[in-house]
Design a protein around this ligand. Structure first.
Ligand SMILES: NC(=O)c1ccc[n+]([C@@H]2O[C@H](COP(=O)([O-])OP(=O)(O)OC[C@H]3O[C@@H](n4cnc5c(N)ncnc54)[C@H](O)[C@@H]3O)[C@@H](O)[C@H]2O)c1
Length: 383
């Protein structure tokens, strides 16, 4: 791996790869093994030079890992505001992986990076309910200015872009399951929790406008709750928070009555969906829900985490006003309709929630064990 502080790595001329075809995959966005246990086959044309913004984040790091394993050359740019170098440390010795520690709003750096890539996965964003409530200015500026910078450069170099949007854009609509063209129902601008949804919706408007006006090949993925190993609970994500509490023997904090529900999709299912739609010409200029259709209440989720972890922690119910502020609003359900992506590339989630929970709990358990023993692994990290 090359580690750049200012993004000024060397590179060859532009020479775009063909990122518009849909013929390279198996149709559902999942890579196929070659049967002898060696490197998985790519589902995209090679050579492929990829730029991932937010590449040291939870989803970005899984995307980078997946692409590098299939022969793509990946550059990840991240300011490490919510991401972590630890997420990509295992890619550090790969010569086809490069990390640039910078903000996507640094246009000089981004210009150089975009000029040397065939496709951009724009994942960098201010994410998580806690962060949005605490830092509304950072949320709006990062999400809107960052995406604007990416799209302007994509226009300059006519580069394909996948924009990571969110199910939050549906707001508090009761019209389940949500379809991509449904109306949206948002709260007032005085409640900063809606700033995330609005900033991401503006990203979508801008991306679609660049597509319509300048024919920039953009694809928008509206991600529903995405979960799995490496996700941090530090910014309000429910599964890592509950899993960590269970492993540490602390009460599992469930907001309100816990009967609000969500659909959780494993990141290792989400990544092939992103790759599948970003290499499908028919997906350009379109929006796709990406998520699981399996709904679970947060109370049942907490109980399942207790069962899988074997923890005897109690469940503690906390009103939203204690967790956030008195004017906090949340939606009771959020269920995707995934017919569009299923119909186009045959994608659907495969990994069960139990499997995801087992791995997330194992990850927190391993972390707790390495923190409590001064073994060689911890010593290596400290040094
Ligand atoms: N995880 C989910 O459930 C979920 C759901 C819906 C949408 N999304 C979207 O997916 C994308 C990735 O989210 P994630 O869950 O991996 O969160 P994450 O916080 O782990 O990833 C976001 C990354 O962007 C980086 N970043 C923030 N501002 C930056 C800037 N100005 N310049 C460079 N890097 C910057 C952060 O450091 C972080 O590594 C985001 O766009 C998010 O809105 C995620």
């Amino acid at each position: 791996m090359r580690l750049d502080g200012n993004g000024m790595g060397s590179g060859k001329g532009k020479g775009k790869g063909n990122t518009g075809a849909n013929g390279a995959g198996n149709g559902n966005g999942h890579a196929q093994g070659n049967g002898n246990g060696s490197k998985p086959e790519p589902i995209f044309p090679l050579p492929l030079r990829v730029l991932i913004t937010g590449g040291a984040g939870f989803i970005g790091s899984h995307l980078a890992e997946h692409l590098v394993a299939r022969g793509a050359a990946v550059t990840a740019i991240d300011d490490l505001s919510t991401g972590s170098f630890a997420n990509i440390a295992h890619l550090a010795d790969r010569k086809d992986f490069r990390f640039v520690c910078e903000s996507v709003t640094n246009e000089a750096v981004m210009d150089r990076l975009v000029s040397h890539c065939d496709i951009i996965y724009h994942l960098a964003a201010a994410v998580g309910v806690d962060l949005i409530i605490k830092n509304p200015v950072q949320t709006i500026e990062t999400n809107v200015l960052g995406t604007e910078a990416v799209l302007r450069l994509a226009r300059r170099y006519h580069t394909k872009v996948l924009i990571a949007s969110t199910s939050e854009v549906y707001g508090k609509s009761d019209n389940h399951p949500y379809k991509e063209d449904d109306d949206r129902v948002l709260g007032p601008t005085t409640r900063s929790r809606w700033a995330y949804a609005e900033s991401k919706a503006l990203d979508e408007f801008l991306a679609l406008a660049y597509h319509k006006e300048f024919r920039i090949p953009v694809v928008i993925a509206r991600l529903f709750n995405t979960v799995g190993p490496r996700q941090t609970g530090a910014y309000g994500m429910v599964i890592p928070r509950l899993a960590q509490q269970a492993v540490e023997g602390r009460p599992l904090t469930v907001y309100e009555d816990g009967l609000q529900s969500r659909c959780f999709c494993d990141v290792r299912d989400v990544v092939p969906a992103l790759i599948g739609i970003s290499h499908c010409a028919a997906a350009e200029g379109e929006i796709f829900n990406v998520g699981s259709e399996q709904e679970i209440s947060i109370l049942d989720l907490a109980r399942r985490i207790l069962r899988i972890s074997g923890s005897s922690s109690p469940i503690e119910f906390i009103p939203y006003e204690r967790a956030y502020r008195s004017d906090f609003e949340d939606m009771r359900r959020r269920v995707p309709n995934i017919e569009r992506i299923r119909g186009l590339i045959g994608w659907e989630p495969r990994i069960s929630l139990d499997q995801t929970l087992e791995e997330v709990i194992a990850e927190f358990r391993a972390r707790a064990e390495s923190a409590s023993s001064p073994g060689p692994v911890r010593a290596a990290i400290v040094r």
